[in-house]
Design a protein around this ligand. Sequence first.
Ligand code: C6P
Length: 408
Amino acid sequence: MTTTFDINKIRDDFPILKQRINGNPLVYLDNGATSQKPQSVIDAIVNYYTTTNSNVHRGVHTMSQQATDGYEDARSKIRQFINADDDKEIIYTRNTTEGINLVAHSYGRQNVGPGDDIIVSNMEHHSNIVPWQMLCEEMGANLLVVPIDDTGELVMDEYEKMLSSRSKLVSITHVSNALGTILPAKQIVEMAHAHGAPVLLDGAQAVPHMPVDMNELDCDFYVFSGHKLFGPTGIGVLYGKKEYLEAMPPFLGGGEMIKSVTFEKTIYNDLPYKFEGGTPDIAGAIGLGAAIDYVNNLGFDQITAHEDELLRYGTEALSAIESLRIIGTAEHKAGILSFVIDKAHPHDIGTILDEQGIAVRTGHHCAQPVMARFQIPATARASLAFYNTKEDIDALVKGIDRVLEVFG
Ligand code: C6P
């Protein structure tokens, strides 16, 4: 069942949005960094700690079983949310970063050798660069970087040229956090598969904005963070195709990821627990499940329609400001408006906006190679969520007017 898209009612579900910051109503446009949480997510976490808190998969007592049920129900919700085939393919992690590191450490060390290639793009977050650099250094492999054009699109011809029998993994973002570009993920996967290379998609900035479907994309790994999807911090997801996960060695050794231990030999647990060593973030998983319920209830038809309209409105408004330049003008974009202004450093833009209660992110957005590509030190970035409004964009434009008054 999908509810009607009543923006005032939706905003009422997010208590933090009622705050005043520096004497002004909060205008929260930093959703790319982390999103706000609806009351239902906060309640799910409070309820868990108030009524159920126990360790999972360990006890026969009632609360332990209830905690296990909540934790595993959330896994099923995640599986349905991304249309994966099996709960075993859903591994809980702390965040996107940990998911990528898990694959680099486990799949990478097992499959990548001297002279092999790992392919990333010029618009990756540092989380999708550094683990591969570390792996390549250790294994004597090469990190190949697909270039991007002036609008922030991937140069597909160059990508095609890089693929070969040496390609051991393609690891590319689904949506760029610094530019907003939505990449042609399905095509990227098909092209890699034609050369026998598996693909990891970094979905950190995709899952809050659009439906993602593992069967449709046919990627081999997909990673995202709960906190950008209106869930809590400290919980993330690695999806992996069963045949890959089955063949991969564990990442962290310890409790939960074993079937039996002697000093002579340890038998590892089945999926997904093989990759979930130690006590997990149970409350985080349950909170993420509640966030997915919330998003499902709104439905992506309504979410993407609303955000597309906001993006169009914001792009038009910012483009009308003469000394402002939008960085990232790809045809298909998620709700991200990165910009620079002549004479005003992004940090000063962010500070002046903050004085007016407007939260944006400024800096390199953990994507320094993107900044290098566009020969800029940083940008100011307004990133949208479904609870944003045209009034938020109007406030941003008014805030930028103030920046222009100061830096004229
Ligand atoms: N980007 C931003 O402000 P973690 O920190 O592990 O939850 O997510 C890392 C990450 C990976 N990939 C992409 C595309 C991302 O956008 C992020 C996080 C935030 O853009 C914080 S740096």
